[in-house]
Write a protein that binds this ligand. Structure first.
Ligand code: SF4
Ligand code: SF4
Length: 254
């Protein structure tokens, strides 16, 4: 619980800062802080030497920073910094309270659905690179929420998209992050080799399943010695949930 308080405090500060920027008080647009903006700009930079649309050097710096962080601590950005991940997690928690026990999605179906984020990544980059504009803003929860359904949203299509994301998060924790986030897909390969990870002590583990139940991504540390899973955000929910002290530890290891 202590880790969660620390994590939620940090996420609340970051969410507050993004809202501050979105309300126009900061010196930059809130979009300037999106690491995926760096990905969306790569082709324009390579071909024409300029950033796409409203994006700029800060987006590229954020992308590089997030990739370096993934090398060190897997998807810690998603669990400790991303405001959309935070809002998804809160919705999932709310769903868990309403449904008492959250539905467990079949692991095979879960695995197949996760491939959707690669489809989203390819589609977004293909059209953004070809058209040279951020045409997916109307489907992007980061833009839609913090622009307050801004000028590039798509009316009922955007409302429907947001309704699907909200209802999905209510039933399946981290619905958008698991299945649809193109930024998550971007740093999946780097996350797999991230140095800081959860390590399980087999001798102490009673195989009670508490860690699986606590994991917002349905990762099952009980089946592993080292959690190398690409989705692991190092949120440490599993560590906090484990009733056997010292069974799950946070270590820097390959
Ligand atoms: S919660 Fe702890 S004791 Fe229970 S299965 Fe997971 S690692 Fe083992
Ligand atoms: S395995 Fe543990 S640290 Fe990784 S995402 Fe799941 S709960 Fe968080």
């Amino acid at each position: 619980m202590k880790t969660r308080y620390l994590r939620y405090s940090l996420l609340t500060v970051i969410l507050g800062l993004v809202i501050y920027q979105a309300l126009g008080y900061g010196s930059r647009s809130f979009e300037a802080f999106c690491p995926f903006g760096g990905m969306e700009s790569l082709w324009g930079l390579f071909r024409e030497g300029q950033f796409t649309c409203a994006l700029g050097p800060l987006n590229l710096s954020m992308l590089v920073g997030v990739l370096i962080l993934a090398l060190i601590a897997k998807k810690a950005f998603c669990g400790w910094a991303c405001p959309i991940g935070f809002l998804s997690e809160l919705l999932g928690k709310f769903g868990g309270i309403v449904w008492n026990k959250r539905p467990v999605i079949n692991p095979k179906v879960n695995g197949w659905l996760k491939l959707l984020r690669y489809v989203v990544l390819v589609l977004v980059l293909y059209f953004t690179y070809n058209i040279g504009d951020l045409i997916f803003r109307g489907f992007d929860p980061f833009y839609v929420i913090f622009s307050g359904f801004g000028h590039e949203t798509l009316g009922w299509i955007t409302w429907l998209t947001m309704a699907v994301l909200i209802i999905g998060s209510f039933f399946i924790p981290m619905f958008f992050c698991r299945y649809l986030c193109p930024m998550g897909a971007t740093f999946d390969p780097v996350s797999r080799i991230g140095l800081i990870k959860i390590v399980r002590n087999e001798k102490l583990c009673t195989e009670c399943g508490g860690c699986l139940e606590a994991c917002p991504y349905d990762i099952d540390p009980q089946q592993m010695i080292k959690v190398r899973h690409r989705d692991c955000t190092n949120c440490f929910e599993c560590v906090d949930a484990c009733p056997e002290d010292g069974t799950l530890e946070i270590k820097a290891t390959l």
